[in-house]
Design a protein around this ligand. Structure first.
Ligand code: DAH
Length: 342
């Protein structure tokens, strides 16, 4: 009987030496410790032997069982460690000091401008929200006071999809959804890509970017609007910027304005960029129309707010000295590379 146990132990020692991976490990484990494995078979024999031998045999089998279990446990740990070591040495080491090739790419002027603006507004306590590129006709037009047959729709022709959705013509299309989502008070900006059927030229493109903002609270006035616009422009151009408001018509604001900034190139003296006027038209804005607030689920007798729709593409062109808006979507790397911050 005892010899039997010795044979099992020797066979185990032979087999375990050949283990190289999880698969061969499991085969050995089942062969010796499985339900019908050799150790269990040896244990079952206890019932068949004489009472005088039972005790010592039992002790011997249990000793065998424990030493096989311990050895299996050790081998398992070794295998796991080996696997981790292989993973580490096999992994590609990234050397941060390796010189990179010439064509590593860079952020697009629009992305850089948007990131800067997001940073500026976040620091002023504004939340940043995403806008859909496909919007319902209702959100794009009706919810911002542009009912069917309103002449303002002519200036914002776009693709109409069969399910009454449109490619959004302005970021204002997200106003209603965002007001309903957050309610008042609200301080939010939402940059986005817009689409219009345009006669293309250096200043008009069928796909362009805007950055819209809303601030709604109990005592909001035009003074708040001017303060935030002036601060934002001064931060983006990194100098104190003078602004002025002119009346402007947009159905979703009342009163509505065109916000101009003193020409940053000639300081108001008049140059080709500002067409000798000394001012650059930058940001249409206004006090949100009462019915737009109401359609957004906000009580207009309690809350007021301002809205603005900054031309992100326009601002990127100004800051990067790009003279043709079509460059932005052209994918012409050489041209985009020439764009340098002014
Ligand atoms: N949505 C307008 C457009 O694309 C721009 C605009 C004007 C946005 C006035 C505003 C605003 O939020 O108050 O022409």
């Amino acid at each position: 009987m005892k010899e039997n146990l010795e044979i099992i132990y020797n066979r185990f020692n032979e087999d375990i030496k050949l283990v190289t991976d999880e698969c061969s490990f499991n085969l050995v484990k089942v062969k010796f410790m499985g339900k019908n494995g050799l150790v269990n078979e040896a244990l079952k024999l206890i019932k068949t032997i004489s009472p005088s031998e039972k005790k010592t045999y039992g002790e011997e089998v249990n000793k065998l069982k424990t030493s096989i279990e311990t050895r299996l446990e050790n081998v398992k740990n070794d295998l796991e460690r080996l696997e981790i070591e292989n993973m580490i040495t096999g992994a590609k080491i990234i050397d941060l000091t390796t010189p990179l090739g010439e064509n590593i790419g860079s952020l697009h002027p629009i992305t850089i401008t948007q990131k800067k603006l997001v940073d500026i507004f976040e620091n002023m306590g504004f939340y940043v929200e995403d806008g859909n590129e496909i919007e319902s006709e209702y959100n794009n037009f009706e919810a911002v006071n542009i009912p069917k047959n309103h002449p303002a729709r002519d200036m914002q022709d776009t693709f109409y999809l069969e399910n009454n959705q449109v490619l959004k013509t302005h970021t204002s299309a997200s106003q209603n959804r965002i007001m309903k989502k957050f309610g008042a008070p609200l301080k939010v900006i939402f940059p986005g890509r817009c689409f219009r059927n345009e006669e293309l030229d250096a200043g008009h493109e069928n796909t362009f970017f805007q950055l819209e903002g809303l601030m709604i609270d109990k005592n909001i006035s035009i003074a708040n609007l001017i303060y935030f616009m002036k601060t934002m422009l001064s931060k983006i151009f990194e100098k104190d910027i003078e602004v002025r408001l002119r009346p402007g018509f947009f159905p979703f604001v009342e009163p509505g304005f065109e916000l101009d900034c003193k020409c940053i190139y000639c300081d108001g003296d008049g140059c080709s960029v500002c067409k000798q006027s000394g001012w650059i038209e930058l940001c249409p804005c206004g006090m949100i129309h009462k019915s737009v607030l109401e359609m957004g689920g906000i009580n207009s007798s309690e809350y007021r707010g301002f809205a603005f729709g900054l031309g992100l593409s326009r601002l990127a062109m100004m800051t990067f000295n790009i003279d043709d808006i079509r460059t932005l979507n052209s994918g012409k790397i050489a041209k985009l590379k020439q764009a340098k911050i002014k």
